[in-house]
Design a protein around this ligand. Structure first.
Ligand SMILES: Cc1ncc(COP(=O)(O)O)c(C=O)c1O
Length: 447
């Protein structure tokens, strides 16, 4: 069977919350001013109650509202696909499956959380959302979601992606969103950064600061984050929950589960629903593939840190390169984030998730092989998962193991990056250790 599909009525009706199952648990978010656990009232200034409850929840399963399910059904359940042509090209015994999240209206997994976040905001009377976007995938997803609920959306798009990826900007505008390049002159944070570093390529950390500042300043506006937070990882678990049912239909079970890691949400979405199986003794390896040029899991520190440059967000306990870290303008824009989701950080701390750092050239090479065998042009971010899967399959070509990876998005809008790769204009990049040390020195000192 090439493709395993579920019927609409087989789509999961609950999300899975991994928090209560993480050995050693999660540490609470801290208030950046008092350095004490942050109060729900303070978080309530930017997030609706429904999402805050999910953020702190200790329930294993959380119902997906019917209105969210209805919009999910535009593209969900997404197919699970056997990459048999890729297997043949590699000459391996491994069975490789991928969950195809590139089939959503905006071409990535991001609407799984965007639709949920827009709905919970709308339910509490919020009419307008601000957010940040790297590659433009999250921004497009939120503009899609807000358009479904008659809400407004303003997106701060990281400068380098704004210049490299104009089609995402057009997509956001098509859905009715407003898009500005970050850092911008629209916020105090943005003006300060531009005064200091007018040529900065921007970073997700800067864009988060701008979007947050505006949400804090305006009564009618809330903020939405596209990754990292527990509730975002939660919404993405529909990926893994569907994949579990589909693997069962295929009569198979994964030995290795792989995802690319920016803030950790698509990987968490695929991997977390399999964590209870691991804890019950099933032998599963979970591989989180990150770029060597922004290596929070493999080269960062597990510590409390802010999610943004201006330290407006709560402090999260996560693997981080420091909130002042500005990654180079490499081509997987959605992986340019200094911190990793607390749930993925905790699973890494426990040795359940194995982090892997990959260079962009080997990832583009994997993306090309995938396009030429399976026919789908993957997002540059997703090529990290594909490279991870190829490495695993080739480790012992005769071993008949089962590999499952997340194809988090399409690369059809990222063709200029492929062009640069094909023209030989891309280089590998390892972040200098002393620069990482410098940004790690900016970590808040927790007494
Ligand atoms: C296609 C795609 N994959 C992966 C990511 C990384 O985000 P996360 O690690 O939260 O899934 C992004 C982020 O924009 C993306 O657009």
């Amino acid at each position: 069977m090439k493709k395993i599909v579920l019927r609409d009525d087989e789509m999961p009706k609950v999300w899975y919350n991994v928090a209560p199952d993480i050995p050693g648990g999660l540490l609470p978010p801290l208030d950046p001013q008092t350095l004490k656990p942050i109060s729900p009232e303070k978080l309530g200034a930017i997030f609706p109650q429904g999402l805050l409850e999910q953020e702190m929840s200790t329930e294993r399963f959380i119902p997906i509202p019917e209105e969210v399910q209805e919009i999910y059904r535009i593209w969900r359940p997404s197919p699970l696909v056997r990459a048999n042509k890729l297997e043949e090209a590699l000459g391996v015994k491994a069975k490789i499956y991928f969950k195809n999240e590139s089939v959503s209206p905006v071409g990535s997994h991001k609407p799984n959380s965007a639709v949920a976040q827009a709905w919970f905001n709308k339910r509490e009377g919020v009419k307008r959302l601000t957010t940040e976007t790297g590659a433009g995938q999250w921004g497009s997803a939120l503009c899609f979601a807000t358009s479904k609920f008659g809400m407004q959306c303003k997106v701060y798009m990281v400068r380098v992606s704004y210049d490299q990826k104009p089609y995402r900007k057009f997509m956001m505008q098509t859905y009715g969103g407003q898009v500005v390049a970050s850092p911008s002159m629209d916020t105090k944070v943005g003006r300060d950064i531009l005064a200091r570093t007018p040529d900065t390529p921007g970073s997700l950390g800067m864009a988060v600061s701008e979007a947050l500042e505006e949400a804090l300043d305006r009564e009618d506006t809330n903020y939405a984050l596209g990754s990292v937070l527990n509730h975002v990882a939660l919404h993405q678990t529909i990926i893994g929950l569907e994949a579990k049912k589909q693997m069962e239909l295929a009569g198979d079970f994964p030995d290795v589960i792989i995802g690319c890691c920016g803030g950790g949400s698509n990987f968490a979405g695929l991997a977390c629903p399999f964590v209870p199986d691991y804890l019950e003794g099933k032998k599963i390896r979970f591989l989180g593939c990150e770029p060597a040029s922004c290596p929070s899991l493999t080269n960062g520190k597990l510590a409390y840190d802010a999610g943004d440059v201006a330290m407006l967000t709560p402090l999260l306990y996560m693997y981080t390169l420091g909130h002042t870290f500005v990654p180079p303008g490499f081509h997987a824009g959605g992986l340019r984030y200094h911190g990793m989701a607390p749930v993925i950080s905790a699973l890494t701390r426990e040795g359940i998730v194995e982090p892997v750092a990959l260079q962009q050239l080997e990832c583009f090479e994997a993306g090309l092989l995938f396009a030429r065998t399976e026919g789908i042009i993957p997002a540059p971010e997703s090529t990290h998962a594909i490279r991870g899967a190829i490495i695993e399959a080739l480790r012992d070509p005769k071993e008949p193991k089962t590999i499952l990876f997340n194809l988090s998005g399409t690369g059809v809008i990222d063709l200029p990056s492929y062009d640069k790769y094909l023209q030989g204009e891309l280089q590998d990049y390892e972040y200098p250790q002393e620069d990482i040390a410098k940004s790690l020195a900016s970590l808040p000192k927790i007494p």
